[in-house]
Design a protein around this ligand. Sequence first.
Ligand code: AP5
Length: 222
Amino acid sequence: MKVVFLGPPGVGKGTQATRFSKNHGLPHIATGDLLRVAISKKTEVGLEAKAFIAKGQLVPDHVIIQLMSKRFQLPDAALGYVLDGFPRTITQGKALADILSNDGAQLDRVIYFSLEDDALKERIVGRRSCPSCHSIYHLRYRTPPKDGLCGACGTALMQRDDDKIETVEARLAVYQNETAPLIAYYKALGLLTEIDASGNLDEVAELVEAVFREIDHEVLSD
Ligand code: AP5
């Protein structure tokens, strides 16, 4: 199964993709995590991406498409994946379609998570992240351990630089201009399912599972 989780920054894509990939044994491929690792290792991609991320802008398409083309070649991606944060522009969407069609494959579904801006800001500003295993916490909705260390791997939790309120406004504007057009793009292809991401973590996870059951049913009845 090949699924895209699409939606604005902070809507909960990473949180739900982590759960979904564990439940269904699919790799969770998150461009944001790949880029942050590249930045911490000071690779060529990381050095190129760093300034864009700090300003809340998108990393140029050619860098992302090259990064993802390599990632798709790893053996774990052969049978399927959950994509989180990619594609993020129409150019990236078309590049993904080309990569898939070269392999005789196709996307099964694009799940679009929707939520209003005030709630997005609250989720982003309260987020604390693990730089090592990428676990995601929230000061109010998924409280981190009292010692400030990741409950999964023991690394000190941090607030992402781009989660400061100054950068969040820029990220939301970039989302509207550059990523939101993918909603109409995937709707026209008959691949889009919108879910309301305003519920709590378990409620949203159940909506995601309901979409999964629908896809599974369609695959079995083909
Ligand atoms: P990226 O890391 O992908 O950031 P994003 O898309 O902006 O998404 P976020 O990670 O902010 O949010 P999320 O939807 O995953 O929410 P989460 O689950 O963490 O990208 C960062 C940057 O990298 C970009 O700005 C860009 O510069 C660059 N980049 C990445 N991909 C790129 C691409 N393809 N092209 C170009 N540039 C690219 O949840 C948020 C918080 O809310 C957490 O604290 C969580 O605990 C909490 N939460 C989650 N669900 C709920 C819920 N239901 N109720 C209450 N709280 C919740």
